[in-house]
Ligand binder design. Structure first.
Ligand code: 5AD
Ligand code: SF4
Length: 438
């Protein structure tokens, strides 16, 4: 039996929603009187906040559990598996890894303190219920200090892309109430946030009484002290006229849009159940760029979806060329248990996927470098997020979500006027501009 923990460590994998959930679990455990440990090595309780989106991500939890059992301290911690692997595998986890004490799904983690007490009493504690939104109301108030904050506004997905586990692990599309979101945004700003990223698996599907995400963004725009608003991840089909207009009209809304297309082949898009075509996607981006010409476009891609031919893969290269991405994520297709695509014929051999991914990433990396290089000479604002490695150096983000390093005596949370001086594939160098005295 493991004693009641006094210290804890939360380790989050995967998407930004997990980062948000991890922060909330931290706040919850702190409110219970537990102290954050420096790392997983020394903590009495370790929460593995897992991701199930691809096989590699899902298997990571078991190697992590193995490492925790053999800690140098010689004593295994109380282990909680949270997140989407917990939701998908449930009671199978302690069967496969008996060292696991707690299994808690993404819609149930407000019960974590009770589950910890149950585990301390010697029982394996499991909660993978999906009550509609109850967790948010049961969570403590926000006390986050960092300038960049995440705020979950929508969870789940009803789109059922045939490769994706999200509709099963995160459940149906659900929007949090308008007032709860605005209140949480104000609390985050009071706690030091300057930038808020609205999160959802389908964030642009957020709805309440006929109001859409654009109206939520406009409400946040009115919060004094908040300087920047972002949102992610969006589905092409929910890119409304109002949201596109917000990019032209709301100054705090940053010029960045993560809009995954997954493939450039209409046959593959149909097999994926994406319900948009390559062409309709391009037309949406035309309208977005007309509203906000400098907008940085980012995307997600899957290579080697079942049945994808060489010619169909080349259509993906072609759409990438047509869009010109500032940034992107690309993955080899990974068959996920229970999804329709996992049972499709013509699974593409790994070697073919490897080769396609390399070609796609070479093109995307070149576009990212070109986008960064085209920013050189721009005068803009950088939101300082942390201290750099060199003395006097600070790191922050440009409006286009580029990492910028500069020498400045500005503090974390300051917005600094900079000129961008040099660009690499993953970051830019900037110089702080001295503002003339008024
Ligand atoms: N295999 C590979 N990539 C996937 N994604 C989602 N499911 C899978 C899968 N089964 C990718 C998609 C999605 C991103 C979050 O992960 O590109 O947009
Ligand atoms: Fe998954 Fe598709 Fe929903 Fe995105 S839109 S979460 S890829 S099912």
């Amino acid at each position: 039996m493991k004693p009641s923990p006094r210290t804890f460590h939360v380790k989050s994998f995967g998407c930004q929603m997990n980062v948000y959930d991890g922060d909330r679990m931290t706040e919850l455990l702190e409110a219970e009187g537990l102290k954050a440990a420096a790392d997983a090595e020394t903590a009495d309780l370790v929460v593995l906040n897992t991701c199930h989106i691809r096989e590699k991500a899902a298997e990571k939890v078991y190697s992590d559990i193995g490492r925790l059992v053999k800690r140098e301290t010689g004593r295994a911690p109380m282990i909680a598996v949270a997140g989407c692997v917990a939701q998908a595998e449930g009671a199978e986890i302690p069967r496969r890894a008996p060292a696991v004490d707690i299994v808690v799904g993404p819609q149930a983690y407000h019960n974590l303190p009770a589950l910890v007490r149950e585990a301390a009493a010697g029982r394996t504690a499991l909660d993978t219920d999906m009550p509609a939104l109850s967790k948010f109301g049961a969570l403590p108030a926000r006390r986050r200090q960092a300038p960049g904050a995440f705020l979950t506004v929508q969870e789940g997905c009803d789109k059922f892309c045939t490769y994706c586990v999200v509709p099963y692990t995160r459940g149906a599309e659900l929007s949090r109430p308008f007032t709860a979101i605005v209140d949480e945004a104000k609390a985050l700003v009071d706690a030091g946030a300057r930038e808020i990223t609205l999160l959802g698996q389908n964030v642009n599907a957020w709805r309440e009484d006929g109001r859409g995400l654009d109206e939520l963004i406009r409400a946040l725009d009115a919060i004094p002290g908040l300087a920047r608003i972002r949102y992610t991840t969006s589905h092409p089909n929910d890119m409304t006229e109002g949201l596109i207009r917000a990019h032209a009209e709301v100054e705090k809304l940053m010029p960045y849009l993560h809009l995954p297309v997954q493939s450039g082949s209409d046959r593959v898009l149909r097999a994926m159940n994406r319900s948009h075509s390559a062409d309709s996607y391009l037309r949406i981006l035309e309208r977005v760029r007309a509203a906000r010409p400098d907008i940085a476009i980012s995307g997600d891609f899957i290579v080697g979806f079942p049945g994808e031919t060489e010619a169909e893969f080349e259509e993906t290269l072609r759409i990438v060329e047509a869009v010109n991405y500032a940034q992107a994520f690309s993955f080899k297709y990974s068959a996920r248990p229970g999804t329709p695509a996992a049972g499709m014929a013509d699974q593409v051999p790994l070697a073919v996927m490897d080769e396609r991914l390399q070609r796609l990433q070479a093109l995307l990396n070149a576009q990212q470098l070109a986008f960064n290089q085209a920013s050189v000479g721009r005068r803009t604002q950088v939101l300082i997020e942390r201290v750099g490695r060199k003395p006097g150096q600070m790191l922050g983000k440009s409006p286009w979500l580029q990492s910028v390093h500069l020498e400045t005596d500005a503090a974390i949370g300051d917005l600094v006027e900079v000129e961008l001086l040099a660009a690499g594939p993953n970051s830019l160098a900037g110089a702080a501009l001295v503002r003339e005295a008024a």
